[in-house]
Every structure is written in structure tokens, then in C-alpha cells.
Write a protein that binds this ligand. Structure first.
Ligand code: MG
Ligand code: MG
Length: 626
């Protein structure tokens, strides 16, 4: 199956779009007429450029308001079509999309429309062109693929076929299984888009909120299963109108699109194996069971300060890498690496961003399966030279310049194989494991990030939450693996004035802003932290006054929270307690959480107070980093 994407789906001028689409590995392109008109090159030059980039020119679109017009308007519609046929021939594109008419004078009538298409098909055939008819969800008389199919069926012309668009079918709530009744050879083209479920005007929803299959709430898999069941052998192409994508980085969005298509067809095959025959086998998404390690790139005074902070949180220096300037800090099942090596990825990352989390390691059932799937979805393998004693731990480039490593049981020997014990004993503070990692990105990149994780891993998306920052809004999307072994929160910043946006600006796009450790008893941990000299993020008294009004908390418990700067949330009988470190480096911080009674959130109601507290401690704007 060939994969395509409409030029309207990504940002930039036509040339930038062609480059990004070719780079992402698509087979072809749908040319959106406006993108062509805005270009200065002739149709022949544009067509040649697209072919030179290794892309098929799959579809020219859209041709609007064609069918069902009376008298003179009908004649003009055919004249317009002839002009577009001229253009298509110059471009070297054989198929045009005609979307159902919204013209106020269109008369309706299935047979009238069918007659128009029979004639259009005749004219197209003379030039070796084909015509595809698509039902717009807001078409004046035809707004349902079943009616569009009836028009095509009655037009009964080999050059006239149906174009299906998942948004128009699913957005109107039409059962996609009705597609299974249509002969596959009469479907000329298939366009795919997902969308979040929002109640709003269909046209507005379609023009601004479409997203990649898997990024929204529509059952695009059911749609595509039905398409494949017809025997359809044509292309699958993305047609995404989305404001975030229009402002986002073209290459990243195009790569996300390719990833979405591969993942979609993999889903179709998992549901109905006989329907997909030409997709290379790929392992199923793996469910990470834990964050195996987080690795900081750091140097000098910043490295010393970070080591002191870790020690004050109960970590002990457990190991020294045999060949690199890399130290291992442990507590419970938490591993933090401090990398000060003057070469390799950590060095590059430090030079670009200062102290930051440059690598994440995830514990997965099979590292080989995880990396194989990642590569099939378009991720780039990451490798750097290693010495003989180093294990070959598979890794890929994640988003935001970070590296993601996959560690399975056999590879977990790395801590003994590659590290010499440092021998420092540790009392600990009762921290048991990494509860979650919080990554920050620009809002317009957020969907690509969540797609990265949902296609690679067995994780589910929690509902998106708005977090109020004193200086703007941050959207927060949590992803959790099926058995809670892995939680990640994605925070999309729309302005640099928010804490998340400021972090992105100051760190030149580092991604991990905080790491949360779990404890079984936060009060006990807080006491031990205090004894070790840990200085928590101070929380104002007003917060605790409000807490006592909102929750039925025993006075001594409330007092214990207040004196340890512990924040609280509850959901029924499930409780969440959290405390934070002060920010360091470009604004990274640690969190300590205790979950009671199956609390599965992240304390979102506390986020505005935590953000305000962190901002009070941030260096004044414009001041250089210490
Ligand atoms: Mg469409
Ligand atoms: Mg958190």
C-alpha cells in the first residue's frame, strides 16, 4: 500500500512541504490547489520537482461546487473543469478530487449529479484523467459517502470513482462498516484524518481540529478495516487541517504522519490479519514496566550541586563507569546517572543546553522488539562508539533531542558489568521508584509527542488537562502504561512566559523538566529528607488554609503537611501527596509522591500553586545562569 499526504497537512511553502514529505518517506503527495497557486514555478516545473523528490503526484484537490447546477452555471462548471484538466496534465497528475457541492444554486437529485459525473468522466477520459467524488460532511445535497457512492454507481463511467475521507464519514457518525458494501475497484482514493471529539460546527471542526490517525477520538481503524475489506488496492493518504500543524515544524509533523499511517495499518492487520498483506511484520507495542534510569548531562559546579541535592534526597553514589566520566546514583529502584564525559551525546547535549536530562532508559519486556518497532515507525537508531566491556543497549532518538534506551532483563546486567561499585553506603529516604517523568514541549508539537509514545508503547492517553500558569496556559497530557509501570506527562507551552515555556527557552528545548519519585510514606520520607538537609519548595500558608476548607483533614495531619511543604489531593478515598525540590540548573526539579488507594492522577489541582512557588524562586528574567 502506498502512503500519501496532502500538502495542506503541514506548514511552509510548497518547496518546504515537498522536502519534508519526501524526507519522511512518503510515496506520494496530494497537491492542494492553493499551495500550487502560491508558488512561482510553472505547473510542469512543479510536477517535475515532485517526481524528482521521488514522490507520486497522487491527487489534485479540491474541485468544488461542480454537480447539480442549472443552465449557464452548469456550463461554467464544465468550463472550469476543463481548465483544471489542462493544469493537471501540465502537472502530470491523473486524478482530481471533486467534493460534493455546497453551491446555493445546486439543485440536488442523485440522477442529475450522476449525469454530470458521467459527462465529466467522458471529458476526463479523453485526456487520460480520472475523477473522484467525495461527500463533504456539510455538502448541500450529498453529505454521506453512501449517497456519493450512489452517484458514482449511476454515473457508471470507468473514469469516475469514489473518494472516501474518514473525517467526513466518522465525523458525522456514519457506520464505517457501510463501506464494506462498496466494490474496492470503484474506490479511487482514500483520505485519512482523525479528530478530537468536540461539539462544534462540522465545517469549523474539520478545518481546524483534524489530526493524525491515533491522535484523536475517531475510530479510524474501523474505517480503514472496512476500506481494506472491499479489496481496495489504492493509496492511503493523510488530509489534515490543523492549526497546530500549520504552525508546527514541517519535518516533525510529516514524520508523525508517516508514523500514524504505519501504526494504523499495523492496527488493521492485528484486527483482521487477512486484510493487510504488504506491510513488513512489526512487533506489537511494548508496555514499559519501569523507568530504568534518567541520565543528566552535567559538569563542574552544576554537577557538584546536583550530587549534593541527590545526597540530600537519600541517594547514594553507587557506581562509577569503567570507561566514562559517568556516575550512578541509586535509591530503591531509582537510578540517576550523572554524565560529565567530555565526548559523545551527553557532551553535545551539555554544550547546547547546560545541565539537562539527555537520556531516558525504559525497562521493556524485549529491547529488540521495542527498537524494531520504533525503527519501523520511522524513529532513528542512536549509536555511539563503545568500549569492549559496554553492552549494546538499543537506543533511538526521541523528540526534543533526547535519547531513549530500551533495557530488558538480560541488558539490566549493565549496572554490574559496566560500573565499578563506588562503595558509598546510603540510608535512603524511602524513595522506591520513578513514578513519572514530565516532559515539556511547544504546544504545536504536543500531538506529535503523544503519538510517538502511543504508537511505540502500550500506553493510554488520559484526558487532556489545562494547567493555569500565572502567565498563561499549559496543556497537560498524561500517558500511562496498562499496568502503571510507566507514566509520562507531556506539557505543551504556548508562551515562553509560562514556567514550562520559560524552561524550553532557557534550556534550548530540553524536554524533561521534572522527575517524580515514589515513596510508600511521604511523611516518613519528609522527616528523613529534613534530617539530610533537603530544602523543599516552600508552599504558602494560604494553600493550607484552603486545603482545610476543601478537605476533611485532621489538624495534626494538616500541620504535618504544612511543616513539610506537602501538597494534597484526593479523589474519593484515593489520596495523593506530593512535595517538590527547589528548581536547579535551567529550572529542572524533582518531585516526591505517595499514591494511596489507587489515585491515578498527578495532582493537577495543585499545579497552579506549585508553578507560582517555582516562579518565585526562578532567577530574575534576563539574568545569566549562575
Ligand atoms: Mg477530504
Ligand atoms: Mg508531576
Amino acid at each position: 500500500m502506498k502512503f500519501g499526504i496532502a500538502t495542506v497537512s503541514i506548514s511552509g511553502n510548497l518547496e518546504e512541504k515537498i522536502e519534508a514529505i519526501a524526507k519522511a518517506g512518503f510515496d506520494g503527495i496530494e497537491i492542494f490547489e492553493q499551495d500550487f497557486i502560491a508558488d512561482t514555478r510553472s505547473p510542469r516545473e512543479v510536477g517535475q520537482r515532485i517526481r524528482d523528490a521521488g514522490l507520486d503526484l497522487m491527487l489534485f484537490q479540491p474541485f468544488r461546487d461542480f454537480e447539480g447546477l442549472p443552465g449557464d452555471l452548469r456550463r461554467k462548471a464544465f468550463d472550469r473543469a476543463e481548465r483544471k484538466f489542462d493544469l493537471m496534465q501540465d502537472l502530470g497528475c491523473g486524478l482530481v478530487l471533486v467534493c460534493s457541492s455546497v453551491h446555493p444554486d445546486a439543485l440536488g437529485g442523485i440522477d442529475r449529479a450522476a449525469d454530470d459525473f458521467a459527462e465529466l468522466g467522458e471529458r476526463a477520459a479523453k485526456r487520460g484523467l480520472r475523477v473522484g467524488y467525495e461527500a463533504l460532511a456539510w455538502g448541500r445535497h450529498v453529505d454521506d459517502h453512501r449517497d456519493a457512492w450512489e452517484v458514482v454507481r449511476r454515473a457508471d463511467h470507468p473514469s469516475v470513482g469514489l473518494i472516501l475521507d474518514s473525517f467526513h464519514t466518522l465525523g458525522r457518525g456514519i457506520d464505517p462498516d457501510t463501506i464494506r458494501r462498496i466494490p474496492g475497484d470503484r474506490i479511487f482514493f482514500v483520505q485519512l484524518a482523525d479528530a478530537p471529539r468536540i461539539t462544534m460546527d462540522l465545517l469549523y471542526w474539520s478545518r481546524h481540529f483534524r489530526n493524525m490517525p491515533g491522535e484523536g477520538d475517531l475510530d479510524v481503524t474501523a474505517f480503514m478495516r472496512a476500506v481494506m475489506a472491499t479489496g481496495y488496492t489504492g493509496s492511503a493518504s493523510l488530509e489534515i487541517f490543523n492549526d497546530q500543524f500549520r504552525g508546527g515544524p514541517a519535518r516533525q509533523i510529516a514524520s508523525a504522519g508517516k508514523r500514524a499511517l504505519v501504526n494504523l495499518m499495523d492496527d488493521v492487520r492485528r484486527a483482521e490479519p487477512d486484510l493487510v498483506t504488504d506491510l513488513p511484520d512489526l512487533p506489537p507495542p511494548s508496555a514499559p514496566t519501569a523507568v530504568e534510569f534518567v541520565e543528566f548531562a552535567t559538569r563542574g559546579d552544576e554537577a557538584d550541586a546536583l550530587a549534593r541535592l541527590l545526597r540530600s534526597m537519600g541517594f547514594h553514589h553507587a557506581g562509577k563507569h569503567k570507561s566514562k566520566d559517568l556516575s550512578l546514583w541509586c535509591q530503591g529502584d531509582v537510578r540517576v546517572l550523572l554524565n560529565s564525559d567530555p565526548q559523545g551525546h551527553a557532551d553535545t547535549s551539555y554544550v547546547a543546553r547546560g545541565t539537562n536530562i539527555c537520556d531516558l532508559g525504559l525497562r521493556v519486556p524485549s529491547a529488540e522488539d521495542a527498537v524494531t518497532r520504533a525503527l519501523a515507525l520511522g524513529s532513528e537508531r542512536f549509536q555511539q562508539p563503545r568500549s569492549p566491556e559496554q553492552l549494546d543497549i538499543p537506543a533511538i532518538r526521541g523528540l526534543g533531542g533526547s535519547i531513549l534506551h530500551f533495557v530488558d532483563d538480560p541488558l539490566a546486567t549493565v549496572w554490574n558489568v559496566e560500573f565499578d561499585p563506588a562503595g558509598e553506603p546510603g540510608e535512603g529516604a524511602g524513595l522506591t521508584r520513578i513514578d513519572h517523568v514530565a516532559q515539556t514541549m511547544r504546544y504545536d508539537e504536543m500531538l506529535s509527542w503523544s503519538l510517538f509514545y502511543t504508537t511505540l508503547f502500550g500506553v493510554k492517553k488520559e484526558p487532556m488537562i489545562d494547567v493555569i500558569d500565572p502567565d498563561g496556559l499549559v496543556r497537560s497530557q498524561a500517558l500511562t502504561s496498562t499496568h502503571d509501570g510507566f507514566r509520562i506527562t507531556l506539557n505543551g507551552a504556548e508562551t515562553h512566559r509560562t514556567l514550562a515555556g520559560g524552561f524550553l527557552a532557557d534550556s534550548f528545548g530540553a524536554s524533561v523538566q521534572h522527575v517524580a519519585f515514589e515513596t510508600d510514606n511521604i511523611f516518613d520520607s519528609a522527616e528523613r529528607l529534613h534530617a539530610m538537609g533537603f530544602d523543599p519548595l516552600p508552599i504558602p500558608d494560604n494553600y493550607y488554609a484552603d486545603l482545610s476548607a476543601r478537605f476533611d483533614l485532621a489538624p495534626d495531619r494538616l500541620q504535618a503537611m504544612k511543616s513539610a511543604s506537602i501538597l494534597y489531593d484526593a479523589n474519593g478515598s484515593a489520596e495523593f501527596l506530593q512535595l517538590y525540590s527547589r528548581p536547579f540548573a535551567t529550572g529542572i526539579f524533582f518531585e516526591i509522591v505517595e499514591r494511596r488507594g489507587g489515585y491515578d492522577g498527578f495532582g493537577a489541582t495543585n499545579a497552579p500553586f506549585r508553578i507560582a512557588a517555582l516562579k518565585r524562586l526562578a532567577r530574575p528574567k534576563g539574568m545569566p545562569r549562575a
